[in-house]
Design a protein around this ligand. Structure first.
Ligand code: SAM
Length: 250
């Protein structure tokens, strides 16, 4: 199935390639930088134990509300119209005096009707609010056995690391960190590398293809892949290849 929203750096375009390169067996599957979890939703189940994690509290609140309060969230969404006025009001009022369910509904609405899912500018796009609300029931079912965490990656990896663990690691890309609400700087990229060097389990990491990352991970398996750039592909016909890296330790 597909995720329920688009997200900057979301792996809709790479999910098949990533799933095809996963280890043959593992008993726990951990998405360290969950975002919209395109890889998680791609399959009905990867392992007995599955964990979604992100450090962005709005995202985690949305995932928790879909998992634990889906009918209430759907009810809240049923009052909404795809309108610029509502969009702008929501942006201004966001989180002030709201319950978690109201906050989740507004965050989801802002993502769905904004330009490029940036949550900031009204997208002027057709959106079937009823269909997007009903789809949440399928997401609720997929998440029924998934643990939802909100931790910094280093702590999360320490908590779930075992020899039979498999981590899918999709950090903010190097020099593209500004697109996320959560700050991620060069020290964080190095911190991630150091942590991944110490784990007992297996990892598969996705990154943009750049010298710093290639140099850091030179002792691991590294594969270069090319795909069309998500946003540019909409506007340009040619020369919009985007180069990425898949890196793993097994
Ligand atoms: C490239 S996106 C993940 C996209 C995801 N794989 C998908 O398919 O939608 C990176 C995510 O890392 C999260 N993040 C940033 N810093 C983090 C940290 N220190 N620990 C955990 N997650 C973090 C961001 O909030 C963002 O959602």
């Amino acid at each position: 199935m597909n995720s329920f929203f688009a997200w900057i750096g979301g792996k809709n375009y790479l999910k098949k390639t990533i799933a095809a390169r996963m280890p043959d067996s593992f008993s726990r599957y951990i998405e360290v930088f969950g975002g919209a979890a395109w890889v998680l939703f791609y399959k009905d189940r990867y392992a007995e134990m599955e964990i979604y994690n992100d450090y962005n509290g709005d995202l985690v609140n949305l995932f928790r509300c879909v998992k634990y309060h889906c009918p209430e969230l759907q009810r809240e969404l049923s009052f909404l119209l795809n309108s610029r006025e509502i969009f702008n009001d929501f942006k201004q009022q966001y989180t002030k005096g709201m319950t978690d369910i109201q906050r989740a509904a507004r965050f989801y609405f802002l993502l769905k009707v904004s330009y490029g899912s940036n949550g900031r500018s009204y997208g002027c796009i057709k959106k079937d609010i009823l269909a997007m609300t009903q789809y949440l029931s399928r997401i609720e079912e997929r998440l029924s056995a998934v643990i939802i965490e909100k931790k910094d990656f280093e702590d999360l990896i320490s908590v779930y690391d075992r020899p039979d663990a498999f981590f899918y690691v999709d950090p903010p890309y190097y020099q593209a960190e500004k697109y996320y609400q959560i700050e991620f700087n060069e020290d964080d990229h190095i911190r991630l590398y150091r942590k991944l060097c110490t784990i007992q389990g297996k990892f598969l990491l996705s990154y943009n293809n750049c010298d710093l990352i290639k140099d850091l991970y030179k002792d691991f398996y590294v594969e270069g892949i090319t795909r069309q750039h998500n946003l540019m592909a909409r506007y340009k016909g040619e020369n919009n290849d985007y180069k990425e890296l898949l890196i793993w330790n097994y």
